[in-house]
Design a protein around this ligand. Structure first.
Ligand code: DAH
Length: 363
């Protein structure tokens, strides 16, 4: 009988003391293995009288079960602490910066279009402009009619339009051919109308995607424009000139950059002007700045009274100017990128060469 309780204490003590799974297995073998202490007790049963065998056998069996339960409990405790130790040893600080040798190999770049949009936002932002947006899929009214281009107007042929299937109610739908429809969307905005009514001044730029059926070295079916709109009770052509002179000089980083305002025609402005910047060519290379040549970079004008009226405002009260500029084109000019189509090839070598660091400040 002493035997049984000594064996019990030894076996359960070994299980409790096991510091890892190997030691636990050794404790199992020592008690329940072929030559184990409990197995040894089982072997003595054959030599006992039948009623003793029955009673003692039951106690040995109970001990065996008790040890099995202890083994199982110890095993799960050891596995849990082994996992916890592993988790804390292999802990990774995901907030650490990448090691320099990997960081330089993986660094992405900002596309020149995004970079130039950021530059536009910074320069016009300083002049009090905010950024406005409109949909790429536009209805015919916003894209044309509101802008003083009625259905039979020859100006519709000026732009090679992608027409989409009309809406269920018959509304004709296009991929917007310019960012100008956002002029109308902005003027129609209730809060903008209230702000204007209260004597405020509307100043927005609208950078975004535009679409025309056109494809060669200087035209892609999708391209980018930035629209500008200023509207209040007093803005005049002098403001238009001053704003665009300041913008071009800041953007091209040439303080005395000459600008030429050439009379032109757009249905949505009157009078209208196209703007050229001074440049020169040397050995086939373009230099932007005072020179003997001119480059056209944007269209502009005083917002046509019909447009103001179409957008629910009184042209006898409100006036202002608008302009539209190709973002890809000014990016090509500023950064010396020769082929427009390469902008949209997603060629990593091109992006590394012409891309910008995302962490560099814009101005
Ligand atoms: N929407 C014109 C175009 O895509 C560009 C333009 C010209 C916009 C004159 C204007 C403007 O706002 O005043 O060709």
């Amino acid at each position: 009988m002493t035997d049984l309780s000594t064996i019990r204490d030894e076996a359960l003590g070994a299980v409790q003391r096991a510091a890892d799974l190997a030691a636990l297995d050794a404790a199992r073998v020592a008690a329940l293995g072929k030559k184990g202490s409990v197995t040894g007790l089982m072997k003595t049963l054959g030599g006992l009288a039948p009623d003793q065998r029955k009673e003692f056998g039951a106690r040995v069996n109970q001990l065996k079960g008790e040890i099995e339960v202890a083994l199982e409990a110890r095993k799960s405790a050891l596995s849990a602490s082994a996992l916890a130790a592993k988790l804390s040893n292999e802990r990774v600080d995901v907030s650490l910066p990448a090691r320099p040798e990997f960081a330089s190999a993986r660094e992405g770049t900002l596309h020149p279009v995004g970079q130039v949009m950021d530059e536009l936002a910074a320069i016009f932002g300083e002049m009090g402009f905010t950024w406005a947006d409109g949909p790429d899929i536009e209805d015919d009214w916003h894209n044309f009619t509101a802008l003083n281009i009625p259905p039979d107007h020859p100006a519709r042929q000026m732009q090679d339009t992608f027409y989409l299937p009309p809406r269920a109610d018959g509304t004709p739908i296009v991929l917007r051919t310019h960012t100008s429809p956002v002029q109308a969307r902005t003027m129609l905005d209730e809060l903008v109308q209230k702000m204007l009514h209260d004597g405020g001044s509307l100043r927005v730029i609208v950078p975004g995607r535009t679409f025309r059926i056109d494809s060669d070295a200087t035209h892609t079916p999708m391209f980018h424009q930035v629209e500008g709109l200023v509207l209040d009770r007093t803005t005049h052509m002098g403001h238009l000139k001053g704003c665009l002179v300041d913008f071009c000089r800041a953007f091209f980083e040439v303080d005395d950059l000459p600008l030429r305002f050439r009379p032109s025609y757009f249905p949505f402005t009157e009078p209208s002007a196209e703007v050229d910047i001074g440049c020169s060519w040397k050995d086939g290379e373009l230099r932007i700045g005072a020179g003997d040549s001119w480059l056209e970079i944007l269209g502009s004008g005083m917002v046509h009274p019909n447009v103001i009226r179409n957008c629910g405002l009184d042209p006898a009260v409100y006036q202002g100017f608008a302009f539209g500029m190709g973002i890809d084109r000014i990016a090509m000019l500023k950064y010396g990128i020769p082929d427009l189509r390469s902008f949209f090839d997603s060629d990593l070598r091109w992006l590394r060469h012409y891309g910008f660091s995302a962490l560099e400040s814009v101005r």
